[in-house]
Write a protein that binds this ligand. Structure first.
Ligand code: AMP
Length: 598
């Protein structure tokens, strides 16, 4: 990799970011040349770039098509079945990474080579030096970072097939990670590496509680996993306190790695600490619980951009809005992309600076409207823009070329350029393309739906009710079809949902239905009002914990806790069945939304 060096610390890391961003174009062009030098003899590239040209880059840009997963899948499948890596890469494919995207119901498999771990480590090593510029003294305490692995599978030829974070946590890069310049972590590696997620969570929280007075930062990879930890704590704090009180680990923990690691953390009975935690956790309201349990925490580290932004209110609730929410990096199974150089900024203003040594980045310019539309059009190659030539304010879909064999692969993310750091552009994450609800001509994107749900959820505020989670479904079982939105609502002073529902009259929920519809786009409202091709929107309130069950279902089906994001639109029959069986109340929009013919 560029510079070949991984171990950047403190000022040296910041200097390297300066260098990479100042020379972004050169770094990108050199990187593409190197990828082509290494990979041009692969079967895939030979199909497009015949012979060995003196100007490979030119040839690549002219001839190699922009693709999606279905185009590369036959090659991936052949490698998974035992054919040589040279089909797509000049290096050995050492494992397949399971991304959270699916293709035909199966997780997508992304090829990876050994040195990709170096690239990922490089990005991780940049995050704390950036943070240390804004928050001092982080090396004087501990970090409670909740990380999880998931069970691995293997391909027919025996290659490991696992989540990118599982691969990283199991690597020697993670085991030997440098903790210089920042704090020690409370979670023992054995607990992180335990693939029973309940035992892993229990031990990580137990250790975090034992060290509560030393914890200076806390979080998880995505906001959803951190909130899941709080729900877990709500259900298990009595047992956790009991362990601390007696100095004995719950018999529920049967994993020998966890038992061994916890024996050196849970060394003796500490009834005073147990009393403190018990008195905090038995409060009627859990508002601000994070600050009470970890009083020295300075920020919460978890991605809260993109689809994770809907968790911001819940995180603010549990932290009394006192702790900054830090989204440190932007990455995927295909390639790690970039870092947030202003980690303490408001979540709404987060931008990621793409690091030009991670992969070769190109951009498909799109209009704001296209950003939310379907993505199955052919891409003309002369439309593609290089990293340093994107324009401020414009929207783009990200395309990557990697050493491991993805060539001009569409990640499916839509980004908007907000500015530049030296030569390197900075991007706001807009949405994942292709996540839409559609009944007629309407094309509702994830972001449209999110915006509308957020507008409606404000109507819950006067009732002290919080929208915990939502998803949607295009119900076409009757004519006309209609949008169904599943809501999980929590009453802030009670964890009993029934009470929350009884406090929310059907009228409030009807108002929420129409508020969502009023916020959806012109086409939707025309279909509803003039064409009558879409029926009234329906909100179905589900029981507390339903979305946890939904996550369990997806995890059983191959998703990982770290990477899990609630799908904003449900297509699977099993998931729909689960949601339907947990419905407590249904209401429909009471009237047509407003629409003015143009
Ligand atoms: P996966 O391949 O399962 O690791 O998922 C990668 C996808 O997660 C990316 O392509 C994005 O859509 C999303 N993602 C990752 N990091 C962020 C981030 N910082 N903000 C918003 N979305 C993100």
């Amino acid at each position: 990799m560029d510079g070949k060096k991984l171990e950047y610390k403190g000022a040296e890391a910041l200097k390297e970011i300066q260098r990479l961003t100042t020379e972004a174009d050169k770094v990108q062009q050199d990187l593409l040349k190197e990828i082509l030098t290494r990979n041009k003899r692969t079967e895939y590239l030979q199909k497009y770039m015949t012979g060995v040209s003196t100007d490979d880059v030119h040839e690549f840009k002219k001839k190699v098509p922009v693709i999606t997963y279905k185009d590369i899948y036959p090659y991936i499948q052949r490698i998974a079945n035992g054919e040589d890596s040279s089909l797509i890469s000049g290096h050995t494919i050492v494992e397949m990474l399971c991304s959270s995207g699916t293709s035909g119901g199966e997780p997508k498999l992304m090829p990876t080579i050994a040195e990709d771990l170096d690239r990922r480590t490089f990005v991780y090593n940049m995050v704390m030096p950036i943070m240390n510029q804004y928050v001092t003294g982080l090396d004087e305490g501990k970090a409670m970072l909740l990380y999880f692995v998931k069970a691995e599978m293997s391909t027919p030829c025996g290659l490991p097939a696992r989540a990118v974070l599982t691969s990283f946590y199991k690597s020697k890069h993670f085991k030997t990670r440098s903790r210089d310049g920042y704090n020690d972590e409370t979670s023992p590696d054995e607990a992180i590496l335990c693939d029973d997620s309940s035992q892993s969570m229990y031990c990580q929280l137990l250790s975090g509680l034992i060290h509560r007075q030393q914890v200076l930062r806390l979080g998880a990879v995505f906001a959803s996993a951190f909130l899941r930890a709080i729900t877990f704590l709500e259900r298990n704090w009595v047992s956790l306190c009991q362990d601390i009180r007696t100095g004995k680990l719950s018999p529920m923990i049967t994993d020998s790695g966890c038992q061994l690691a916890m024996s050196s953390i849970l060394k003796s009975a500490d009834p005073r600490l147990a009393d403190e935690i018990e008195s905090i956790c038995s409060r009627r309201s859990w508002e601000g619980i994070v600050c009470s349990l970890w009083p020295r925490a300075k920020f919460i580290e978890a991605v809260v951009t993109g689809s994770m932004s809907q968790y911001i209110p819940a995180l603010k609730y549990y932290s009394m809005d006192k702790l900054p929410l830090v989204s440190g990096m932007y990455a995927s199974s295909e390639c790690y992309f970039g870092v947030n150089l202003k980690p303490l900024c408001d979540p709404a203003n987060v931008t990621y600076t793409l690091l030009p040594n991670m992969g070769y980045f190109e951009f498909i310019p799109i209009s704001k409207d296209e950003a939310y539309g379907r993505d199955d059009e052919e891409i003309s190659l002369n439309k593609l823009v290089d990293l340093v030539h994107v324009k401020i304010g414009c929207y783009y879909e990200l395309v990557v070329t990697t050493f491991s064999g993805l060539n001009r692969y569409r990640i499916g993310d839509v980004l908007q350029v907000t500015g530049f750091h030296n030569q390197a552009p900075q991007f706001r994450f807009i949405c994942r393309r292709n996540v839409i609800l559609s009944i007629d001509n309407d094309n509702t994107s994830e972001e449209d739906l999110h915006k509308s749900v957020m507008a409606a959820k404000r109507l819950l505020d006067p009732y002290n009710a919080l929208l915990v989670e939502y998803t949607s479904y295009a119900d076409t079982s009757s004519v006309p079809g209609h949008y169904v939105i599943y809501w999980e609502i929590k009453h802030c002073t009670s964890s009993v949902l029934d009470k929350a529902i009884s406090l929310l009259s059907p009228k409030v929920l009807q108002d929420c239905c129409i508020a969502i519809e009023e916020e959806l786009d012109d086409t939707y409202r025309r279909c509803r009002t003039k064409d009558k091709s879409i029926g009234p929107l329906e909100i179905r309130v589900v029981k507390t914990g339903t979305f946890d069950l939904l996550m369990d279902l997806f995890i059983k089906g191959g998703a990982s806790i770290n990477q899990y994001k609630t799908p904003r639109c449900i297509k699977s029959d099993a998931a729909l069945k689960l949601l339907k069986s947990n419905v407590k109340a249904c209401v429909f929009s009471p009237r047509d939304p407003t629409w003015f013919p143009k």
